[in-house]
Design a protein around this ligand. Structure first.
Ligand code: AMP
Length: 374
């Protein structure tokens, strides 16, 4: 396998075709076993364009009768408050009452596959199984069960075997990664997503990760992970979060320092939900300065308190967060935002990197404004 050149970048071999074949053999065996006695004809649904080669390889190995169809997903539309996101395009078969095996090339944050799963069930599918060739467990942040995963990989940018760099490279049968030797090591560029709870920071951060390849770090998510794991830190944090209070600065500062340390190869970070106090902002700037880095832009999503309140109420139905359910807790979080977090704005205004945008548009409209800023 040789180094390949796509536009302005060089890529080197990462996963040889033989290893992919073996992983596809294994995943096909598992599907064959599960569908051996299946009563009916499932639809194998190829998610274009990336999974075209994988679907072909997988279909050859399936030894039960199945139908084939393919789809694309539209880009994001609708607003956060209505929860409308995307449409399924190009579906050729009727899926009412059918069992679907969705075939994806890669699942990273899990946004696309979760949207597709919900849309297929909405369109009347009886059952939806997910099969993906690759999974990046490090960045997957959804609860959706992935039924069949052929291979897990690190969070690297890859091309080949259906995956592209700017639409190129899909035809190569091996998988490649960026050649670090020819990549100029650029200094990291960090962004801070700022705004009240429910401003859409998490949603926009996931889109920024997909488009710009930055690493998303949300202190809220890190704390919820500690809580789920039942660690002492998690227990301490839970009692505060459940009341709508902030956790102590030192706790979140420690988490951020360890995130920065454990990811030396990323292009930069998107900080979400951090800093939430001026002390945290001072701390962040100091640890970045020690690395010769700084916050490039603070992107602030401005929305009025009434909308904050409504969005959090809506999110409570979707995400089952205790801190999202009770009116007095929501009010406390909003109060804490005004009292402790808003002063962070003047900290970054003084540094000249604070930019505010209207957070009330559709997901796509807000994202376009963010892209313009970046
Ligand atoms: P979030 O998901 O960002 O809304 O965070 C959920 C909760 O975690 C917050 O209401 C706080 O209790 C806690 N939390 C998250 N980030 C921080 C932070 N930077 N400082 C203090 N508490 C935080």
């Amino acid at each position: 396998m040789e180094r390949i050149h796509l536009k302005d970048k060089y890529f080197v071999p990462y996963i040889p075709y033989e290893k992919l074949e073996k992983a596809i053999d294994d995943v096909a065996d598992r599907i064959n076993r599960d569908f051996k006695d299946f009563d009916g004809i499932p639809i194998v649904l190829c998610v274009l364009n990336g999974s075209i080669l994988f679907t072909g390889e997988l279909m050859k190995r399936l030894n039960f009768t199945c139908e084939f169809s393919s789809v694309r997903l539209s880009s994001y539309e609708g607003t956060l408050s209505t929860g409308v996101t995307r449409k399924v395009l190009g579906l050729t078969s009727s899926i009412k009452g059918r069992t679907i095996i969705v075939v994806e090339d890669i699942v990273d944050t899990g946004k696309t596959i979760t949207d597709l799963y919900a849309l297929l069930l909405d369109a009347g599918a009886a059952d939806v199984k997910i099969c993906t060739m690759l999974l990046k467990p490090e960045v997957y942040n959804k609860d959706l069960k992935l039924d069949y995963v052929a291979m897990e990989i690190d969070n690297r940018f890859i091309v080949g075997f259906g995956l592209d760099y700017d639409q190129l490279g899909r035809n190569y049968k091996d998988i490649y990664i960026l050649d670090s030797k020819t990549e100029d090591k650029k200094p990291m560029k960090h962004f801070l997503l700022f705004g009240p709870p429910g401003a859409g920071k998490g949603t926009q951060a996931a889109l920024m990760v997909d488009k710009f390849g930055l690493r998303h770090v949300s202190t809220g998510d890190l704390l919820r992970r500690e809580i789920a794991a039942g660690t002492p830190l998690g227990l301490q944090a839970k009692s505060l979060i459940d009341k709508g209070e902030l956790v102590p600065d030192e706790v979140v500062e420690g988490m951020i320092a360890s995130e920065l340390q454990s990811h030396p190869d990323v292009k930069g970070f998107i900080f979400d939900g951090f800093p939430r106090t001026t002390a945290q902002a001072e701390h962040l700037d100091a640890i970045l300065a020690a690395r010769g880095e700084k916050i490039d832009t603070v992107i602030s999503l401005a929305i009025p308190d009434d909308t904050v309140y409504e969005r959090i109420r809506h999110r409570a139905e979707v995400e089952n967060r205790v801190d999202d359910t009770k009116p007095e807790i929501i009010r406390n979080r909003i109060d804490n935002y005004h009292a402790k977090t808003e002063p962070v704005i003047s900290w970054y205004r003084k540094k000249g990197c604070y930019r505010e945008i209207d957070g009330l548009g559709t997901i796509d409209e807000v994202f376009r404004k963010i892209c313009d800023l970046m």
